[in-house]
Design a protein around this ligand. Structure first.
Ligand code: URA
Length: 194
């Protein structure tokens, strides 16, 4: 049963002390959404409000993400949303070591849920997910809005690379670019059976 494995994984993440991030963490953010969702969104890691609520993307970036999802015709409640890092990232920055230490939880989430589409939100998620499937990460300015096909034995999967929603909060000129990318992603997803 996927639920049993998921509960076990949650327990492990809740008790994880593999790096020092647990010390400043109130709530680990494991992920949310239906376990049979075909689309998995992957961000960087919990910020201030996510750490308080224990849910992904509930702060300002999350509010903008909700708008982007609406533009793409996607319903947040039907998606599974998680992050590369599960503990509070006070400065919204993760070291390579932290990514290496924490990402095996994301690997297990992907193995369990078997999404048809992975949406990487931002450079850390894009670098990790493309690398995991043998694709080359160059830069977000080159890759944003692109969708890659991954063929794995027994199943194929898409990886969409998107700018992190927070990038539009720091840099309002990015807003239109993000909106354009999400509209395009929505159109593509509406034409394929996921
Ligand atoms: N930024 C992220 O990358 N993830 C969150 O959950 C919230 C903000």
């Amino acid at each position: 049963m996927i639920e049993d494995g998921y509960e076990q994984l949650k327990l492990e993440i809740e008790n994880c002390r593999k790096c020092d991030l647990w010390r400043g963490t109130k709530h680990r953010v494991i992920g949310e959404g239906p376990l049979d969702s075909r689309i998995m969104l992957v961000g960087l890691g919990p910020g201030y409000y996510e750490n308080i609520e224990g849910r992904p993307f509930v702060g300002a970036a999350g509010k903008f993400l909700n708008n982007l999802l609406t533009l793409a015709g996607l319903e947040r409640g039907k998606l599974y949303i998680t992050n590369v890092i599960k503990c509070y990232l006070p400065d919204n920055k993760a070291t390579d070591e932290q990514v290496k230490t924490c990402s095996h939880y994301l690997d297990r989430q992907i193995d369990m849920l078997k999404p048809a589409v992975l949406v990487a939100l931002g450079s850390v998620a894009a670098m990790y997910l493309l690398g995991k499937y043998g694709l080359t990460y160059s830069s977000m300015s080159r890759l944003h809005g692109k969708i890659f096909k991954v063929e794995k034995p027994g199943r194929s999967m898409l990886i969409a690379v998107m700018y992190h929603p927070a990038s539009a909060l720091y840099n309002p000129s990015m807003k239109l670019l993000l909106e354009k990318d999400w509209r395009k992603l929505g159109e593509i997803l509406s034409k394929i059976p996921v």
